[in-house]
Design a protein around this ligand. Structure first.
Ligand SMILES: [Zn+2]
Length: 137
């Protein structure tokens, strides 16, 4: 997907309408049109970056402040019990739009939306050591 036909860039340029929750010079927050729950909001930088690895630290520091501001707003204004912040990178991790973004997903107790029932097994010490060898060399 090029920047020219990036849906999120089109939203930034106001060529595609969106329900804007918050906007400043650097970031835009808007309602997801396929919400997991009511109030599900997407936060994007106005500049096109694809993944976490592409976004400069100063832009990342800037957008995480917007995520905090908008998440706090959502928590204060909606009758919710919590929220998930999701940030997916690459298709294998569920990234659909190749423009760096955060999801803020409002949650209620027992809303049965999704739960992180991720199967996990206790690692043995050698497998952890092997991984440290790979990651630190
Ligand atoms: Zn874009």
């Amino acid at each position: 997907m090029s920047i020219e036909n990036c849906i999120f860039c089109q939203i930034v340029k106001k060529k595609i309408p969106a329900k804007i929750v918050f906007e400043d010079d650097y970031n835009v927050a808007f309602l997801d049109i396929f919400p997991v729950s009511s109030g599900h909001t997407i936060v994007i930088p106005k500049k096109h970056f694809m993944h976490l690895e592409d976004i400069p630290i100063k832009d990342l520091a800037n957008i995480i402040q917007t995520v905090k501001k908008v998440a706090t707003l959502i928590h204060n204004k909606l009758d919710i019990d919590g929220y998930n912040i999701l940030q997916n990178n690459f298709k294998a991790a569920g990234q659909v739009i190749d423009h760096f973004h955060f999801h803020i997903i409002p949650r209620r107790m027992d809303d049965n939306k999704f739960k992180l029932y991720i199967p996990r097994e206790q690692a043995n010490d050698q497998s952890l050591e092997d991984m440290i060898e790979i990651l630190r060399k």
